[in-house]
Design a binder for this molecule. Structure first.
Ligand SMILES: NC(=O)c1ccc[n+]([C@@H]2O[C@H](COP(=O)([O-])OP(=O)(O)OC[C@H]3O[C@@H](n4cnc5c(N)ncnc54)[C@H](OP(=O)(O)O)[C@@H]3O)[C@@H](O)[C@H]2O)c1
Length: 262
């Protein structure tokens, strides 16, 4: 794999770096990460990743340049590195809400650009990363998919779905974690200590997701296997629905989407 520059190594940049080196320790030598204050990424340096506060230096020899600063900083960073970019380099922005057209306009150069939307499970190689491009060749698309497949699964989508991908895939981690937290709290109320409730809940959630991933079944098919007529599962499930469980989740997703679309 060619070298990778991570520009703006904060939460997601750090997760990507961690995920890449845990998938292949030898990759550390090929990664260079930047941020202005380097204190929080010293641990990456100890693992063999180069760190610098110079974005221009970082992009010099990198084939893939991952832009991981906050959306409002993207243009400033692109303008800063633009003069140092060469035609065979590939820009991959993980920032939400900054379009491929906007990136190209700021760069003022004919450079291959991608948008990618990973989530924080990149750090353990379990991201779902949605990828979009307008001007990449099929070979370049394969290369970028390969890069992100080191940190989880990838899906190629149209750019007009990138904001929806941000909500479902990146924000989705938070929705699921809030669900898990509520389940743990329920577990404590019915008798478990917090640690045991957490172990039971997290493995149950993992098992439920794996059932769908491995069998390709619909959630309701698996739910039918757990619900005895007049039993405790269906009683609890129906009460959750009376209280608006599915509805509040869907409404929350739609509200998040409306916020990002504004
Ligand atoms: N968090 C997620 O789950 C997630 C998931 C997918 C995509 N994203 C996207 O990823 C981007 C970053 O989000 P985040 O949560 O990782 O934010 P973050 O933690 O604030 O990370 C951004 C980093 O950029 C650095 N930075 C700011 N200005 C810079 C500059 N001029 N040159 C180099 N580095 C600079 C900051 O460090 P210094 O202040 O030290 O420079 C900061 O650590 C956003 O655009 C977001 O939409 C986030």
């Amino acid at each position: 794999m060619s070298s990778i520059a991570i520009i703006g190594c904060g939460n997601i940049g750090f997760s990507i770096a961690e995920g890449l080196i845990s998938s292949d320790k030898k990759m550390a030598k090929q990664i260079i990460a930047t941020k202005r204050n380097l204190t929080s990424i010293k641990s990456l340096q100890e693992k063999g990743i180069q760190i610098t506060s110079s974005n221009k230096l970082a992009v010099k020899s990198a084939k893939y340049i991952i832009i991981a600063v906050k959306p409002f900083k993207v243009e400033e960073v692109l303008a800063e590195i633009s003069s140092s970019l060469k035609k065979d380099q590939i820009i991959i922005s993980v920032a939400s809400e900054v379009s491929l057209d906007r990136i190209k306009t700021v760069l003022k150069k004919d450079i291959t650009c991608f948008r990618a939307m990973p989530n924080t499970a990149t750090s353990i190689g379990e991201s779902m990363t949605c990828i979009a491009t307008k001007n990449a060749t099929p070979t370049q698309i394969k290369e970028v998919e390969k890069l992100f497949s080191g940190i989880g699964e990838t899906i190629l989508i149209e750019e007009n779905l990138m904001e929806a991908a941000t909500i479902l895939g990146a924000c989705g981690i938070a929705y699921v974690l809030r669900f898990i937290r509520a389940m743990i709290q329920g577990g404590i109320q019915i008798g478990f200590d917090a640690e045991t409730a957490s172990r039971i809940t997290t493995q149950t959630v993992k098992g439920a997701a794996e059932l769908l991933l491995q069998k390709g079944s619909h959630p309701e098919q698996e739910i039918d296997k757990v619900t005895t007529p007049k039993g405790c599962t269906i009683t609890g499930l129906n009460e959750m629905e009376h209280q608006g469980f599915s509805s509040s989740l869907i409404q929350g997703i739609v509200k998040s989407f409306q916020k990002i679309e504004k």
